[in-house]
Design a binder for this molecule. Structure first.
Ligand code: PEP
Length: 248
């Protein structure tokens, strides 16, 4: 039985003052052990969030991680640095990084590998654009993106990652995949995982992301292969984030 994970992706939002208020509200409203919960915050706020989340069941995560261990990579953040702040998760391959920073499937795979090797769980994002969906290429695109990661992991490492299906056309747009559309893709992704390690495929959490809100979370999270959510906009409103976590 896979335990659901609701992970917030704050993206490039927040301030010391705003974070403190948001975290206070989330901590006060979080029912105990509803599901696994994580917050993926901007790197400059890792220390603040680590301190605020200490002693809670809410895990800390980053929004990216370098493929490199250390060295002359200006602006990048090493997985060892994330571990200094007790990060348990690192988002890799978010569509905004793929689109605005030219991250290739292979680069994303190297980041995922670096995280897994360090014991940090990568949340590997995959998703098709609207034109790819309309051309009937969804399974091929997300399958290619996931396969690149599976190609660099050992079979024994497959259950060390989380996958997030995030249709690009649904991110921040208010458009959501229907539960059945998402379920169909999640099933295809699980089959792809099973090609590498069938026992692990049954264990890997596959999250849905893309305009998940309190009013659509219950239906999405009820689908057999949807094991939680990666939440952008709604993670910035404590009440919405708490309602989604309660639906999981
Ligand atoms: C995301 O960016 O990961 C995301 C799912 O955003 P939103 O919930 O705002 O669509």
């Amino acid at each position: 039985m896979r335990r659901q994970l609701v992970a917030g992706n704050w993206k490039m939002n927040g301030s010391l003052v705003a974070n403190a208020a948001l975290l206070a509200e989330i901590k006060a409203g979080m029912a105990s052990a509803v599901c696994d919960v994580a917050l993926c915050v901007p790197a400059p706020y890792l220390a603040q969030c680590q301190a605020e989340l200490a002693g809670t069941a809410i895990a800390l995560g980053s929004q990216d991680v370098s493929a490199h261990a250390a060295g002359a990579y200006t602006g990048e953040v090493a997985v060892s640095m994330l571990q200094d702040f007790a990060c348990r998760y690192a988002i890799v391959g978010h569509s905004e990084r793929r689109a605005y920073h030219g991250e290739t499937d292979e680069a994303v795979a190297q980041k995922a590998l670096r995280a897994v090797q360090a014991g940090v769980t990568p949340i590997v994002c995959v998703g098709e654009t609207l034109s790819e969906r309309e051309a009937g290429q969804t399974d091929a695109v997300v399958g290619r993106q996931l396969q690149a990661v599976l190609d660099v992991l050992d079979a024994a490492q497959v259950d060390k990652m989380v996958v997030a299906y995030e249709p690009v056309w649904a991110i921040g747009t208010g458009k959501t995949a229907t539960p059945q559309m998402a379920q169909d893709v999640h099933l295809a992704l699980r089959a792809k995982l099973a090609g590498k390690n069938s026992a692990a495929a049954a264990e890997v959490k596959i999250l849905y992301g893309g305009s998940m809100k309190p009013d659509n979370a219950v239906e999405l999270l009820a689908m057999a292969d949807i094991d939680g959510g990666l939440i952008g906009g709604a993670a910035l409103k404590a009440a919405d984030f708490l309602a989604i976590a309660a639906a999981a």
